[in-house]
Design a protein around this ligand. Structure first.
Ligand code: SME
Length: 153
């Protein structure tokens, strides 16, 4: 995917969320769109920052039941939120502090969500396949996150 070309999935996201600002509704459909578009996933969803507890709370997702709260700085999710960087992990078992919510997960990508400097949370996608996520996937998901936050108040 080139820098200038918006993928079909990202065009679909923009259309799907048109005129809708409800956070839960938008995140629920965003997780369903990723799960329908990407092959070989076992989990796709969101963790939202809770400033009262300084942790990330489980949000809308597709997949098996998952960890409800993740401390900032813990696992791939908490690390991506803490450093505000995308983490594309080929083998989660080699990631220090990886949190094994689902033992089927082998690869993971976590994308921070921010809007106007406000840290909303992260998007987390897991796969049973080692090295599942490519640099192209990362670019597409970074753009996906940008479109998504445009639809969040
Ligand atoms: N494996 C993640 C935890 C979240 S679940 O995969 C849904 C981590 O290490 O942050």
């Amino acid at each position: 995917m080139s820098e200038t070309q918006t993928s079909l999935m990202n065009q679909q996201l923009d259309a799907l969320l048109y005129d809708e600002t409800n956070l839960v509704a938008n995140l629920a459909n965003a997780s369903a769109l990723i799960n329908d578009t990407y092959t070989d996933l076992n989990w796709a969803g969101f963790y939202l920052y809770n400033s009262a507890t300084d942790s990330l709370d489980l949000g809308p997702f597709q997949g098996k039941v998952a960890c409800m709260h993740i401390k900032v700085g813990a696992g791939v999710v908490g690390t991506a939120f803490a450093d505000q960087q995308i983490h594309r992990v080929a083998n989660v078992h080699e990631f220090p502090g990886h949190i094994a919510c689902d033992s089927a997960s082998n690869a993971e990508i976590v994308v921070p969500l921010t809007k106007n400097g406000h840290k909303i949370g992260v998007m987390d996608i897991d796969s049973p396949l080692l090295d599942r996520f490519t640099a192209e996937n990362e670019a597409e998901l970074a753009e996906f996150a940008k479109i998504l936050v445009q639809h969040i108040d």
